[in-house]
Design a protein. Structure first.
Length: 222
């Protein structure tokens, strides 16, 4: 029996630790959108949304929602000083021009080389590219935040992606509900384990071989 997996909010908190002061960051749908709730103290993160918002903050409190102020996932945002608004063409010009430092995306599959598949689920025959392909190649760093396995218990970290690709070799870090894994030139490096998990248990739900880092440690949020 496997240990308890981390909540989605905890995964988002761990990803938020990767964001540096002054970074321009785009958050994808799902777990990534939660990251704006957990900006580390003392850091100023400039969040960018492809629907035309820059420098937004956390989600709006209940009762304070504004139908005209949402992120790309349609979630209501809180007003913060210094927000800027523009059209989608300008938003994508920022992405394609290399002005986004980090993008955090969800994934259906990530390969051992950092290939990303996150827009089409073949078994359902549906998908929507959205801005994912632009972000995967336009951002300077791509972090994936996701569950370690799918609903059937199958690994989402695989040797080769069998789903249509969003981008090749674009992922540098994978944060899941069980581990933190770095995509390195020689393969996948297991950097952190969720509390209660052993490297062997994480390997059992990961298709490619994981190489434990020399400084492998248990995941912390501070």
């Amino acid at each position: 029996m496997m240990p308890e997996r981390l909540d989605r909010e905890v995964v988002a908190m761990r990803v938020a630790r990767e964001l540096m002061d002054g970074d321009v960051v785009n958050l994808g749908l799902g777990i990534p959108t939660l990251c704006s709730q957990f900006v580390p103290e003392g850091r100023s993160i400039v969040y960018h949304s492809e629907n035309g918002v820059l420098n937004y903050g956390p989600m709006a409190e209940e009762g304070e929602e504004d139908i005209d102020l949402t992120n790309a996932g349609g979630e209501f945002l809180a007003w913060v000083p210094g927000m800027a608004f523009f059209n989608s063409a300008e938003s994508f010009a920022m992405i394609r021009g290399g002005h986004v430092d980090v993008t955090v995306l969800g994934a259906l599959q990530v390969s051992e080389r950092g290939d990303l598949a996150n827009w089409m689920l073949p078994s359902r025959g549906i998908g929507n590219v959205g801005g994912a392909m632009d972000l995967a190649v336009g951002a300077r760093r791509t972090i994936v935040a996701m569950e370690h396995v799918d609903r059937r218990g199958e690994p989402k970290i695989v040797r080769e992606c069998s789903f249509p690709l969003t981008g090749r070799g674009c992922v540098s870090l994978i944060v899941t509900d069980a581990a933190v894994i770095e995509v390195a030139p020689g393969g996948l490096s297991l950097k952190e384990t969720a509390p209660g998990w052993t490297p062997e248990q994480i390997q059992a739900i990961t298709e490619p071989t994981l190489c434990p880092a020399d400084d492998l440690r248990e995941m912390t949020l501070w």
